[in-house]
Design a protein around this ligand. Structure first.
Ligand code: BTN
Length: 331
């Protein structure tokens, strides 16, 4: 069952947004009270409440307040002030625990949720990966989020969105100091190990997409012992790569902001721009691969992406086009 986060106070959130927007600068209590129509005493009360909730807020006489640390939580209170987007994350559904954020997002989409609504959870009790595999989702260590999209695309082009999402996650990881690359179609790797995965699901009729749910799981602060034993040689996290933890709210906001930027680019310039960006970040092309496709193995050299995002593999018998499958990198 989904466990909702505690209710939030609107003015507190506004004070926080104001401080977050100022970045490293101090803002005077007067500026906050004028801007938000609050008394100075009310501003002080909200600052105290935010501190009690784990925010670090410096106060200096004559200079005012400065936000210097946020709690490592993924509630709307942390995320909203960090989001600089027009659609993605404008409505946030944040949970302490769900079965799967994709399942919650799919239900919301069926009930009419808007383009860009986001579901985030601190933990998943039945996180899902591609091909029905489980996705390890320990509490308060990583980022698990799903975004509802209502793209103006024919269903045949929906898989492009999966590559769009992989660009966003890869960019957010690189921004966090991780040397990430994409294995076709959308596994994000660092040091040859999986650091993030994307699960895309959709509802469509023959010539219309009703909704797409793009779910991303990123191993942010997972330690080795947080992964199931059989995955310890194959999985990594931002913490393991950098040797220090990353603030998850900042990371999630960076993913969502990058996702919106790439979605806009996709809508304006088409798949060509996405394909070029994907090529620039991929760790698949030019490599010898085995691709498991519907029970058989395609072996050869990964040569390119076609104009729909399918993988072109040069095999001893010719060029094979692979729409979906699991790629194993050989050398
Ligand atoms: C994969 O590489 O197999 C895809 C993993 C996708 C995991 C994410 S976590 C958020 C969302 N909710 C899920 O149940 N799965 C996706």
């Amino acid at each position: 069952m989904a466990v909702p986060e505690p209710a939030q106070n609107g003015s507190e959130e506004l004070v926080l947004a104001f401080l977050a927007e100022a970045g490293d600068e101090f803002v005077s209590g007067e500026a906050i009270s004028d801007k938000l129509g609050l008394t100075r005493a009310a501003v002080w009360k909200h600052v105290e409440a935010l501190r009690a909730a784990g925010y670090r807020i410096d106060a200096m006489p004559a200079r005012g307040y400065r936000l210097s640390g946020i709690p490592d939580r993924l509630t709307a209170l942390e995320l909203r002030p960090l989001l600089n987007t027009h659609d993605v994350g404008q409505t946030l559904h944040c949970f302490e625990e769900v079965g799967s954020t994709n399942d919650v997002a799919k239900e919301l989409a069926e009930e009419g949720a808007a383009h860009g609504e986001v579901v985030v959870a601190e933990a998943q009790s039945s996180g899902r990966g591609r091909r029905g595999r489980p996705w390890a989702s320990p509490p308060r260590r990583n980022v698990y989020l799903s975004v509802i999209l209502r793209p103006d695309l024919p269903p045949a082009r929906a898989p492009e969105l999966t590559l769009v999402a992989s660009l966003a996650v890869c960019d957010a990881l690189r921004h966090a100091g991780v040397d990430a690359g994409i294995k076709w179609p959308n596994d994000v790797l660092a040091s040859g190990k999986k650091i993030a995965g994307i699960l895309t699901e959709l509802s469509a009729e023959p010539d219309k997409v009703h909704w797409v749910v793009v779910g991303a799981g990123v191993n942010v602060n997972a330690r080795l012992e947080d992964f199931p034993e059989e995955l310890r040689g194959e999985a990594t996290s931002v913490l393991l790569e950098r040797g220090q933890p990353a603030p998850r709210a900042l990371f999630a906001a960076a993913c969502l902001t990058a996702l919106e930027a790439w979605l806009d680019r996709h809508a304006e310039e088409g798949f060509g721009a996405i394909r070029d960006a994907w090529r620039a970040r991929n760790v698949t092309l030019g490599r010898a691969v085995t691709v498991r496709v519907e029970g058989r193995d395609v072996q050869g050299v990964a040569e390119d992406l076609d104009e729909r995002g399918a993988l072109l593999v040069r095999t001893p018998t010719g060029l094979e086009r692979v729409d979906s499958g699991d790629v194993k990198l050989l050398r």
